[in-house]
Design a protein around this ligand. Structure first.
Ligand code: AMP
Length: 216
C-alpha cells in the first residue's frame, strides 16, 4: 500500500496535483481540509477556526483520518493532502504507517514563494460539484465562461478562507507548524522537493518521475 504525503504552503497546488494523481493512478484523495469544511457546516467552533486560518486539534483530525483510512478505496494507495500539519501529527502518523503495513511512504514538498501563493489564493474558485479548481486571476487557469465550471457548468464558489487577510494567518501557521516537517522528513530520507512555481503539468511530470522511481 502506498501513502503519498503532500506538504506545501497554502495554494502551492496540493489540491490540483492530488486531483491529477487520482485521475491517472486511481489513488484515494484524503484532504483533511475538505473533511473539516464538511464538519464546519454543522459545527460553529470549527467553522470559525477555519475562517481564522487556525489549525484544528490533532485529536479531531485523527478521528476523521482513521475513519477514512479504513475505506476500501484506500487499499491501492492514497494521497494525504493537508496532513500532517505539524510534527506531532507526523509522529502519530508514523505509528499508523506501521499498523496499516504501508510499504511505501513518500513525502512530496511543493515549494512556492509567498507572493506566488498569494496570487493563486485570492483568485482561486472551485466547483462544488466536481471539485475542479480554477483561478480568475491567472490567464491559463480561468474558466471558459466566467463563474461556471468548464466540466459540469456548476456555479463556481470561493472558499471563505481564501482572502489576503486569512492567507497571511495561514501562511504564518504554515511557517511555524508545518515547515518543521521538512526537516523531520528529510532526516527520514523520504522527502522530495518540487519547485511549485512551474505550471501544473510540469509539476505533475516531476511528481510522476519521483513516484516512478520508488517501488511499492
Ligand atoms: P486546506 O484545505 O488543507 O488548506 O485546509 C484548510 C484549513 O483546514 C486549514 O487552514 C486548517 O484550519 C484546517 N486543517 C486542514 N488540515 C488540517 C490538519 N491536518 N490539522 C489541523 N487543521 C487542519
Amino acid at each position: 500500500m502506498r501513502s503519498i504525503i503532500l506538504i506545501a504552503p497554502p495554494a502551492a497546488g496540493k489540491g490540483t496535483q492530488s486531483d491529477m494523481l487520482v485521475e491517472k493512478y486511481g489513488f484515494a484523495h484524503i484532504s483533511t481540509g475538505d473533511m473539516l469544511r464538511e464538519v464546519a457546516k454543522t459545527d460553529e467552533v470549527i467553522k470559525s477556526k477555519l475562517e481564522n486560518g487556525e489549525l484544528i486539534s490533532d485529536d479531531i483530525v485523527f478521528d476523521l483520518l482513521q475513519k477514512r483510512l479504513i475505506s476500501d478505496d484506500c487499499k491501492k494507495g492514497f494521497i494525504l493532502d493537508g496532513f500532517p500539519r505539524n510534527v506531532n501529527q507526523a509522529k502519530r502518523y508514523d505509528q499508523i504507517v506501521e499498523e496499516l503495513g504501508i510499504s511505501s511512504n513518500v513525502v512530496i514538498y511543493l515549494d512556492v514563494d509567498k507572493e506566488t501563493a498569494l496570487k493563486r489564493i485570492v483568485g482561486r474558485v472551485s466547483c462544488p460539484n466536481c471539485h475542479r479548481v480554477f483561478n480568475d486571476m491567472i490567464e491559463e487557469a480561468m474558466p471558459k465562461v466566467s463563474g461556471k465550471c468548464d466540466d459540469c457548468s456548476s456555479e463556481l464558489i470561493r472558499r471563505t478562507d481564501d482572502n489576503s487577510e486569512t492567507f497571511g494567518k495561514r501562511y504564518d501557521v504554515y511557517i511555524n507548524n508545518t515547515a518543521p516537517l521538512i526537516d523531520y522528513y528529510l532526516e527520514k530520507g523520504i522527502l522530495h522537493k518540487v519547485d511549485s512555481g512551474m505550471g501544473k503539468d510540469e509539476i505533475f511530470e516531476v511528481i510522476e518521475g519521483i513516484l516512478g522511481g520508488i517501488n511499492d
